[in-house]
Design a protein around this ligand. Structure first.
Ligand code: URA
Length: 234
């Protein structure tokens, strides 16, 4: 691992916020290699013994991958019959990795794969209202009435009323093309929203999740680690 500032090292490990950690360091509650250290900017890594209030804090490294999920693989860590998204990732830490949320087997596009449970929780929490953008081809003519219905909050079925969603028509024809932004992630949500206006999704691809945008240079089935800049967006 790359050497990190002591305050970042401790904040990354969840002992407190960056400013709480800085105060603790200044007050002498942190030791590195047996010595009390009062400088938050000191650089440390896994070879250093870092103690916070006399408890050792190791640095658990997280892995983050952006996958362009191909159709035909399931968003799970294990499956008896089908190839999973995790089977596509070659890494030593593979046992811990999991997909953040699910895309249907036939859906393509952006899927974040990580072993960082806190991040997954933050992205999936309904309270956080992380916007997800999908591109879809639709059997049927998508209309301005659909745009209005989606914007007002579509009654998808007897029990589920979707939050207002932003539908943009790219092409309205016998087969239409659209982009849709939704702030939630209910089971088969996009497909069910179009069913509710009597149309069928025939191709679905996720383009982004919050500020994380699918790298279009990744072919379906390809992946790459997130950049530092992308990780810092969460
Ligand atoms: N909505 C769907 O219907 N399917 C997906 O895979 C994702 C969102």
């Amino acid at each position: 691992m790359k050497k990190l500032r002591l305050d970042k090292y401790l904040a990354d490990m969840g002992v407190g916020t960056r400013s709480e950690v800085k105060i603790a360091i200044k007050r002498g509650h942190v030791k590195v290699n047996g010595e009390v250290v009062r400088t938050p900017e000191l650089k440390v890594d896994n070879n250093d013994q870092v103690f916070y209030h006399d408890e050792q804090v190791g640095y658990v490294t997280h892995e983050y991958y952006m996958l362009n999920k191909p159709a035909g693989v399931v968003s799970a860590t294990e499956d008896k019959r089908c190839e999973t998204v995790i089977d596509l990732i070659e890494t030593k830490a593979r046992k811990d990795l999991f997909p953040v949320g699910r895309l249907d087997k036939d859906t393509e596009g952006l899927l974040l794969i990580t072993n960082d449970g806190d991040l997954a929780h933050r992205l999936l929490s309904p309270k956080k209202k992380v916007g997800k953008v999908y591109y879809a081809r639709i059997q049927g003519r998508v209309t301005e009435e659909d745009v209005v219905a989606f914007k007002e909050g579509l009654q998808v079925d007897e029990v589920f009323k979707a939050l207002p969603a932003d539908l943009r028509i790219l092409k309205s024809d016998e087969i239409s093309e659209i982009e849709l932004t939704i702030m939630e992630g209910k089971f088969h949500q996009v497909k069910r929203m179009f069913e509710a206006v009597e149309k069928e999704v025939i191709y679905l691809k996720r383009l982004s999740m919050g500020e994380l945008v699918l790298d279009e240079t990744l072919a379906a089935g390809e992946y790459r680690p997130l950049t530092e800049e992308e990780i810092n967006k969460f």
